[in-house]
Design a protein around this ligand. Structure first.
Ligand SMILES: Nc1nc2c(ncn2[C@@H]2O[C@H](COP(=O)(O)OP(=O)(O)OP(=O)(O)O)[C@@H](O)[C@H]2O)c(=O)[nH]1
Ligand SMILES: [Mg+2]
Length: 294
C-alpha cells in the first residue's frame, strides 16, 4: 500500500460548522463547538486516516468583520492556514447563502491556486432546490473541484467528502501515529473546554469576549491537575461567571473535569479562578499562548 498524506485547511465564515466537521471526521473532540460566533480562536489540527491516506485537517477561526486586535490575529491565523495546506475545503452554512465573507474567502482562495473544494453545510435545515441553486451560483464564482452537500452534525455526505479530498493528497509518509487525533497541547485543550462550558451555560448573559488562560498543568501518579484563569472584561461579567455562592463556576469546572476524565481516562482536578482583565484583547501577550501573533 502506498501511503499518502496531506494538509487540508478548513476555511469558512464563523459558525458555519467547521469545528463540528473536524470533530465528526476525527471521531473525537478536537475543537470546541458552540452556537455562538467566533468560537475557534486559533488553528486546531484534527488528524484522521482514510484508507491509505493521512489527512490533517486544519480547523481555523471563522471569517468575520474584524474589530479588535484579537479579531485580526484570529483571522490572520485562518488566512495563514491556506498557505500551509495542500488542499482547501471551504465550508459554508447553506442556510445563509452567499455572504460578503464567502465572497472574500473565494477571492483569497483563488489567489492560492490550490485544489479547492466547497461544502454546503447544515443540509438538514435546507431544501434540496435551495441547495441546487446555491451550487449553481457557487460554480459561477469559482471552478471548485467538487461541490459537497453535507451535514457535519448528522454526519451526512462526509464519506464522499473524504473520498474525494483524499484522492487529492500526494504520496508521502504519515506524519502522525495512526491513533493520534490532534496535536493541540493538552493544557490549551483543557482551557478551551472550560471556555466551551462557559458558553454553554452563559450564552445569553455573556458576550464572546472572555478568555480562559492555562496557568499550570501537573501530571502525577494521582492524575492531572489543571489550573486556569478566566478573564472577564468587567466585574459584572465576573459575577455572572461565579454565580451565586460560586455555584456557576463550580458547575463549569465540574463539566470540564468530567469531559477531561473521559478523554484522558485518568483522574482530573480542575482549579478555576476568575479575574477582571478589561484589556486582555488589546494586549497580544494574552493570546500568544494560543500561537496567535499579535
Ligand atoms: N443543523 C445543523 N447545525 C450544525 C451543523 N454543523 C454545525 N452545526 C451547528 O452550528 C453551530 C456552530 O458550529 P461550530 O462547529 O462551532 O462552527 P465553526 O464554523 O467552527 O464556528 P467558529 O469557530 O466560530 O468559526 C453549532 O451550534 C453547531 O452545532 C449541521 O450540519 N446542521
Ligand atoms: Mg470553530
Amino acid at each position: 500500500m502506498t501511503k499518502k498524506c496531506g494538509f487540508i485547511s478548513l476555511i469558512g465564515p464563523t459558525n458555519a460548522g467547521k469545528s463540528t466537521l473536524v470533530n465528526q471526521l476525527t471521531g473525537a473532540k478536537v475543537s470546541i463547538v458552540s452556537h455562538k460566533v467566533q468560537t475557534t480562536r486559533t488553528q486546531v489540527r484534527g488528524i484522521l486516516t482514510h484508507n491509505d491516506t493521512q489527512m490533517i485537517l486544519m480547523d481555523t477561526p471563522g471569517i468575520f468583520k474584524a474589530k479588535t486586535p484579537l479579531d485580526r490575529a484570529m483571522i490572520s491565523a485562518a488566512w495563514q492556514a491556506l498557505g500551509e495546506s495542500d488542499a482547501i475545503l471551504v465550508l459554508m452554512d447553506a442556510q445563509k447563502g452567499i455572504t460578503p465573507e464567502i465572497k472574500q474567502i473565494i477571492k483569497n482562495v483563488k489567489s492560492t491556486n490550490k485544489p479547492t473544494f466547497i461544502a454546503m453545510n447544515k443540509v438538514d435545515k435546507v431544501k434540496k432546490e435551495t441547495l441546487l441553486a446555491l451550487a449553481a451560483e457557487l460554480s459561477q464564482m469559482h471552478d471548485f473541484k467538487e461541490y459537497f452537500m453535507i451535514s457535519a452534525l448528522k454526519n451526512k455526505g462526509t464519506e464522499a467528502l473524504l473520498d474525494k479530498i483524499s484522492a487529492e493528497m500526494k504520496e508521502g509518509p504519515w506524519l502522525y501515529d495512526e491513533d493520534q487525533v490532534s496535536d493541540f497541547p493538552l493544557k490549551l485543550f483543557a482551557a478551551e473546554l472550560v471556555r466551551e462550558k462557559i458558553y454553554k451555560f452563559l450564552h445569553q448573559e455573556l458576550p464572546y469576549d472572555i478568555a480562559v488562560m492555562p496557568e499550570k498543568m501537573e501530571h502525577t501518579e494521582k492524575g492531572y491537575n489543571f489550573h486556569m484563569a478566566i478573564y472577564a472584561m468587567r466585574d459584572s461579567q465576573k459575577k455572572i461567571i461565579l454565580g451565586k455562592g460560586g455555584l456557576q463556576l463550580k458547575q463549569i469546572g465540574m463539566l470540564a473535569r468530567e469531559e477531561l476524565e473521559r478523554e484522558l481516562e485518568e483522574k482530573v482536578n480542575v482549579f478555576l479562578f476568575v479575574k477582571t482583565q478589561p484589556n486582555w484583547q488589546k494586549d497580544s501577550e494574552h493570546y500568544q499562548v494560543w500561537g496567535l501573533e499579535g
